[in-house]
Design a protein around this ligand. Structure first.
Ligand code: PLP
Length: 458
């Protein structure tokens, strides 16, 4: 049996290039972070060999005594990470990722064509919450269920709860979904609970982006108000000491500055998903059996046991004392970034942030997220273009989304995030310069000259 380098130098080479890219860039994508060596060891282990359809103690394959032990440990750690009482809450740790986890919930509690309401994608919501355009039902969620998104109040940049209430009263959804991919503020869970109760809907929170902040009690707690909570397991994590080994080459050649002892351990899982559900029936539905059956045999086959192993490792870390310090740092760094951007004159959606991300509206400057993303990418500053409320085109959206988790993991504090804001500002200015060149009369006139018969193509 050969190691990867010998067995497949081509793939080894690609992995090495990606590793180098991750270290030489400023990673500002709000949904990304660096997982630990311990998690990667579990993910790259023999657990990947085993089939184990079913749940612990009720499998369709033999030889699962250790897999059962692992999955039970993972479930216990998941409940503990969010301070949940196992008598009131249960969890399924088998979802393959965030979108499947959400669809499994819909399969569990809805019938085909039942009505749902989630935050509209151009206003910060996620595809899997029912996105559709006037022309096309884009997400599977909107193909199989009737979706009526709620939106932001465009003047404040906050969820328009009054409108949500009015629309829900008329539309009478069976499920209301809280949670977002690009919303810099907390959700008002008490208000959403009231609306859901008034129309007889389940209330689900997709906390994928903020699960680390929830576990550390840095943001409001959705478990107090929701019936079901889903999450991905790969966002918002941080690095531990072992990770320094991974960084050593880069530190020695001065590519990065890393204070490896400052932050230790947090929820930094492999790519996966979890579904938490209330154990008591809700609206006459036994969520535990409905959700477990929707995961398997409803939508999945054998669980990815290597992922469950990695998840168990990261959930252990989520109970460590440094976890809260890291999550607080993520938020204070993000606030420093937001303040500096506002000082530089940028318009932020909602006027700031309560969490790990800021959404910058570039439209007042006369540019867009796509152009700025491209320019910054050339400078190894990695972030993403993002729709902002009122955008006309999803392909050329008016904003950029910037997140603090990954660079906080690498030891950045407020001072470095101020520099990040300054560098992003330089990128935006260069984008505007490029636009000036392209639309300037000197270039335009010269191009007319170049395309005249004086300079034929052939
Ligand atoms: N839910 C939210 C709020 C997300 O932001 C995302 C991904 O960005 C997902 C779900 C989907 O997760 P995955 O990409 O793992 O399917």
């Amino acid at each position: 049996d050969y190691g990867l380098g010998e067995a497949d130098p081509e793939v080894r080479g690609i992995i090495d290039k990606e590793k180098e890219r991750q270290f030489r860039s400023l990673e500002l994508i709000a949904s990304e972070n660096f997982t630990s060596r311990a998690v990667m060891e579990a993910v790259g282990s023999c657990l990947t060999n085993k089939y184990s359809e079913g749940l612990p103690g009720k499998r369709y394959y033999g030889g699962n005594e250790y897999i059962d032990e692992l999955e039970i440990l993972c479930q216990e750690r998941a409940l503990a990470a969010f301070n949940l009482d196992g008598k009131q809450w249960g969890v399924n740790v088998q979802p393959l990722s965030g979108s499947p986890a959400n669809f499994e919930v819909y399969t569990a509690v809805l019938n085909p064509h039942d009505r749902i309401m989630g935050l509209d994608l151009p206003h910060g919501g996620h595809l899997s919450h029912g996105f559709m355009t006037p022309k096309r039902r884009v997400s599977g969620t909107s193909i199989y269920f009737e979706s009526m998104p709620y939106r932001l109040d465009e003047s404040s940049g906050l969820v328009d709860y009054d409108m949500l209430e009015k629309t829900a009263t008329l539309f009478r959804p069976k499920l209301i979904i809280a949670g977002a991919s690009a919303y810099p503020r907390d959700f008002d869970y008490p208000r959403m609970r009231k609306i859901a109760d008034a129309v007889g809907a389940f209330l689900m929170m997709d906390m994928a982006h903020i699960s680390g902040l929830v576990a550390a009690s840095v943001v409001a707690n959705p478990f107090e108000y929701c019936d079901i909570v889903t999450t991905t397991t790969h966002k918002k994590r941080q690095m531990e000491n072992e990770m320094q080994i991974f960084f050593d080459d880069f530190i020695s050649i001065g590519l990065i500055k890393f204070n490896g002892n400052a932050f230790v351990q947090s929820l930094r899982g492999p790519r996966g998903g979890m579904i938490f559900f209330k154990k008591d029936p809700v609206l006459g539905v036994d969520l535990e059996s409905a959700i477990n059956n929707a995961v398997f045999p409803g939508l999945q086959g054998g669980p990815h046991n290597h992922t469950i192993g990695g998840l168990a490792v990261c959930l252990k870390h989520a109970k460590s004392p440094d976890f809260k310090a890291y999550q607080n740092k993520v938020v204070s760094n993000c606030r420093a970034l937001a303040s500096r951007l506002m000082e530089l004159g940028y318009k932020l959606v909602s006027g700031g942030t309560d969490n790990h991300l800021v959404l910058v509206d570039l439209r007042p400057l006369g540019t867009d997220g796509a152009r700025v993303e491209k320019i910054l990418d050339m400078a190894s500053i990695t972030l993403n273009k993002n729709s902002v409320a009122g955008d006309k085109s999803a392909l050329v959206p008016g904003g950029i989304r910037i997140g603090s988790p990954a660079m906080t993991t690498r030891g950045f504090s407020e001072k470095e995030f101020v520099t990040v804001a300054d560098l992003i500002n330089e990128g935006v200015q260069i984008t505007l310069e490029a636009k000036r060149l392209v639309s300037g009369s000197k270039l335009q006139d010269f191009m007319k000259f170049v395309t005249s018969p004086e300079f034929p193509l052939i």
